[in-house]
Write a protein that binds this ligand. Structure first.
Ligand SMILES: *Cc1c(COP(=O)(O)O)cnc(C)c1O
Length: 367
């Protein structure tokens, strides 16, 4: 399988990366400082705890790197090549910014909302996204879910009939091969036949060859199953990515997307408009635009929340409702809340007032 070879050939160090392009100073400094920290990492582990965050290792696929550009502000490059700024942690940043550990009911299973759970099926990814909120877990060495953990998750689901949806996440579930992935889904399905599945993946954007016809057909046979594609910039929608999405959609896997709002990468109306339109044209419904989480060392990626709302308001006048995702924030430890700006501007005793997209005010009775 081509994709397995490509996954094995992931670039994981500075020498490998420099075969793609020369590094800028700020990038070199990340490698310089983290490489220096590595040899004595074992010895200094305890004392360096307060120097949190520990460096989040670099890894990327040759596919993704070969599409990234030479410029310092290239949007693909900034998503995968670390900067020195990452080694700085702000006081408000947290090691587990979504508070997932507190909601982990059995190993790998996060149950926060009554009707849906998240299963971390592996810690492996094809690319380590530099803004990752699960950097405490991704690549942490837990590996693919073990048989005993899977059985534990299946019994939990059996004991909790109020759960109707299961999200396969990680890491990237598509780093597992088809055989393992299908077996995993079948075990969960056997425990709970009606379960609605979601499979969250970044593979169409970072390793599109992973989406083989065999995979697409196998997923389509395991309905109801939704594909959730993580994609942040229209440049990720390459010919190859388009083919991966076409395979999934044509096989019968309904697709939605999630995007993280990232400073200097996609915090612009024009870029997001092109992305959401491009997704819709490829049969992917834009689902969420996330405000970046308070993960350690990611401050340089965060866009002020009001600016995000301003962008959403502008997009509302440029895009159809089908092309527009929900702008949302995962509160530190508190779950998701929508941030999409409201059009309600106030009211009197009998009516609500609204501003339409042209900025004109209208009223509507309360009762
Ligand atoms: C995001 C998330 C979900 C899914 O939430 P939706 O709003 O339905 O997409 C479920 N569980 C956890 C723990 C989550 O973080």
């Amino acid at each position: 399988m081509l994709w397995k070879l490509e996954l094995r050939k992931k670039i994981k160090n500075r020498a490998g990366l420099e075969k793609f392009f020369p590094l800028h100073e700020e990038e070199k400094r990340w490698f310089g400082k983290t490489e220096a920290a590595v040899p004595d990492a074992g010895a200094s582990k305890k004392t360096s705890a307060e120097k949190y965050p520990p460096p989040f290792p670099f890894q990327a696929t040759p596919y993704f790197l070969s599409r990234a550009g030479q410029a310092m502000d290239d949007p693909l490059r900034r998503q995968c090549v670390p900067l020195e700024a990452e080694l700085k942690c702000r006081p408000e940043e947290l090691p587990d910014p979504l508070g997932e550990l507190a909601c982990m009911k059995v190993p790998r299973l996060v149950h926060r909302y009554r009707d849906r759970v998240l299963l971390l099926v592996t810690d492996e990814c094809a690319v380590s996204c530099r803004y990752c909120f699960r950097r405490h877990y991704a690549g942490g060495g837990s590996g693919p879910i073990r048989g005993s953990e899977l059985r534990g998750a299946a019994s939990y689901l059996k004991a909790h009939p109020e759960v109707h949806e299961l999200i396969l996440s990680g890491g990237d579930p598509l780093t597992l091969d088809d055989c393992r992935l299908f077996a995993l889904i079948d075990i969960l399905r056997e425990a709970r036949p009606g379960l609605i599945l979601r499979l969250s993946t970044r593979m169409p954007a970072v390793l599109p060859s992973r989406v083989t016809r065999h995979l697409a057909r196998g997923l389509a046979l395991r309905q109801p199953l939704w594909g959730v594609i993580h994609v942040n910039h229209p440049r990720e929608l390459t010919e190859e990515c388009g083919e991966a999405l076409r395979r999934l959609a044509s096989a019968g896997v309904p697709l939605v997307s999630q995007t993280v709002l990232l400073r200097g990468i996609n915090d612009s109306e024009a870029v997001l408009e092109e992305l959401f339109r491009g997704l819709l044209a490829r049969r992917v419904k834009p689902y969420y635009l996330f405000q970046a989480d308070l993960a350690g060392g990611t401050g340089h990626f965060r866009v002020p929340l009001r600016r995000g709302q301003h962008i959403m308001k502008a997009l509302r006048s440029r895009l159809s409702a089908l092309a527009l995702p929900e702008y949302a924030l995962d509160l530190p430890g508190g779950g998701k809340v929508p941030l999409t700006p409201s059009y309600e501007t106030g009211g009197d005793t009998d009516s609500f007032f609204f501003e339409n997209i042209e900025g004109k005010t209208y009223s509507y009775p309360k009762e």
